[in-house]
Structure formats: C-alpha cells, structure tokens
Write a protein that binds this ligand. Structure first.
Ligand code: FMN
Length: 322
C-alpha cells in the first residue's frame, strides 16, 4: 500500500481495475481522463443500446459500477476518493470527477473489498442449492444502503413465483421485437474483440443470423424461469428516484453489493427483463413494495469457476499524460 501522491501510471492501473465492472451486453460504455491526481469518468454514448436501454439508464448504472471499483481499488492503494457526481450539469456525459489523495490515517474497510474486483463475474448457470444466510443478506442490504440504494430480498412465495413470471414475460416481449434481437446480435462478438457477449469466432456468423431471424422467446423464457425458480436468493436493487444521479448511485450500490456477495462466496447474475420492459416495471415495484427498481439479481454459490468476460485494452478507455 502506498501513501504517496499517485503517479499517472498508478491511476491507469486503477482505471484498469475499474473497467472490470459489469456492464449491460458487456458494452463497457465508459471513458476515463487522468489529470494530475484526478480521474474524470465519462459515459461513452457510442456504446449505447438504444433499443434495450433507450434512456441510457443501464449505461449510467454500468458507469456507476466502474466508479465503485475505482474507489475500492484506490482504497487498496492507500488513497481516499473525493467524488463529485455530474460535475457540470450541461455536460451530461461527464458523470463523475474523482480526486485521489493519500489517506491521512486509519484503514479503509473498502480495501478488503478490492481483492474481489477480479473474482466477481456474472454467473449465468444454476447455483448450488445452498441457502444464503440471513447474516449475508443483512450485509447486502447494508452494502446497498451505504451507497444510497436499497436491496430488497424476495424470499417467500408467491413473490418469487411472481418474479419468475415477470422475467418470462419480459423475455417473450423482448425476443418478439426484431430491433431488440438485431441489437443483441450486434453485441455478440468473438472474445478477441474485447467487448460484447462472447461467442466463438467460428459460430459467430450463424449465431448472429439465428438471433436476428428467430424469435426464441418461448425457450429463453422457460430457461430463465427455471433459473429464477432455482435461485437461492432473488433480490431487487433500487433507488428512491429515477434520475441520472440515481442511476449513478444504483451502479455504485450494485457494485458494492456484488463485491460484498463475492466476499461471502457468492456470485450474482441479472434477470433485468422486467426493468427493461417499461410496462413490467410497475409490477416489479409492486413486488418490492417500493420505488424505483433498477436491477433484478439472482445470487448464490457457483457450481464451478466462473469464466472472465473479455475487456477492452486499457489504452482504448483512458487518456493519460505520458
Ligand atoms: C446494468 C446492467 C444490466 C445487465 N443486464 C443483464 C441482463 O439483463 N442479462 C444478463 O444476462 N446480464 C446482464 N448484465 C451482465 C452483463 O452482461 C455482464 O456484466 C457483462 O457481460 C460482463 O461480464 P462480467 O459481469 O462477468 O464481467 C447486466 C449488467 C449490468 C451492469
């Protein structure tokens, strides 16, 4: 741990870890600029998903996740982060300014979360059928609250069934939309591209054609319903309001939750269809009993070692003095 002023290359290393955050369709919709001991975070609108995410809500949440990783990675380097969200209202892509300073004294609790940045992955398979303890759930609730969000575990029937049904309905509606399928296909890439949802280079052209052409909603809905049913923990994460600032809070809350989950041996996965389909979101709010749902998560112990999704080269996402 260093308690000296960070160099530009220190900050590039922090940005590299920030970019291990989750993002919808693995678009990695962020850009960083380093000036002295300051890191500015920008949204990259060229990586938006206009059909899946017409308001850039998930894009902004993804950037919030990267911001949380940056703060946690900085803590592990002995640096305090002073964060200003939306530093200039009229420049809406400029999401945050982070000033990094050597920590005066004391240990940061966040430093312990840092080692989970590399261990966290979206786990898309079934989890082990092991219950998540009440103590762990309490830690996840506290993690979201610490960032101005809320985490609502959905533990009982019939609410779990209602969630599984909403996910299936979301799948059916999304897959019935050819524009949504085209956008999904456009983000299915061979691993070497460094972004998107990985398909093998050999299978990519066929996979694209299938996704663009066929409505596979029924099959996907059945599979997702099974995954939801079998999940040890289903939970809705949300915020009090639904503005750009709230999406940044949601992202930071989400990343603190998934890193905290990872610390307890859990991984998470997303079932966001009922948030993404506008007509279903009020129904999700009814299940949570509070506004405003931002993501639907399933959590549990993975059956096997999760595979890391690809990332863009750090040189492509950061501007830094030599
Ligand atoms: C805001 C947000 C929304 C997401 N929505 C979905 C989703 O609906 N379905 C899904 O399978 N994964 C979803 N993901 C997970 C991403 O696909 C995943 O983060 C990305 O592929 C990178 O993989 P990694 O999380 O393992 O690093 C979402 C992630 C974020 C941050």
């Amino acid at each position: 741990m260093t308690a000296t002023l960070p160099t530009s290359s220190d900050l590039v290393s922090l940005v590299k870890r920030a970019a291990l955050a989750p993002s919808s369709h693995n678009t990695q919709p962020w850009h960083f600029r380093i000036t002295g001991a300051t890191v500015d975070l920008f949204a990259d609108p060229t990586r938006a998903l206009p059909v899946n995410d017409p308001d850039d809500r998930e894009l902004t949440i993804s950037c919030g996740c990267a911001l949380m990783n940056l703060r946690v990675a900085a803590a592990a380097r002995g640096l305090d982060s002073e964060v200003t969200l939306l530093p200039r209202r009229e420049e809406s892509d400029w999401l945050a300014r982070v000033r990094l300073e050597p920590r005066a004294a004391g240990a940061a609790a966040d430093a312990a979360l840092s080692e989970h940045i590399e261990r966290r992955h979206t786990y898309r398979k079934r989890f082990r059928p092991a219950a998540v303890s009440e103590a762990t759930i309490e830690r996840l609730v506290a993690a979201a609250a610490a960032e101005g969000g809320w985490f609502h575990p959905v533990l009982e029937e019939p609410d779990r069934q209602r969630l599984a049904q909403l996910v299936a309905e979301g799948d059916t509606q999304q897959w019935a939309n050819p524009s949504w399928r085209r956008e999904l296909a456009a983000w299915m890439h061979p691993r070497r591209r460094g972004d998107g949802l990985t398909v093998s280079a050999l299978a990519a052209p066929i996979a694209h054609a299938i996704v663009r052409t066929f409505d596979m909603g029924q099959g996907i809905a059945a599979k997702d319903r099974d995954l939801a049913d079998a999940s040890p923990l289903l939970a809705i994460l949300g915020t009090e309001r639904d503005e750009i600032r709230d999406w940044l809070l949601a992202g930071q809350a989400l990343e603190r939750v998934v890193l905290t989950a990872c610390q307890s041996g859990l991984q998470a996965s997303f079932l966001n269809q009922p948030v993404q389909v506008a007509s279903l979101r009020p129904k999700l709010r009814d299940v949570a009993g509070r506004a405003v749902p931002q993501v639907l998560l399933r959590l549990g112990e993975p059956m096997d070692e999760p595979v890391a999704a690809p990332r863009r080269a750090v040189a492509d996402i950061v501007e830094a003095p030599p």
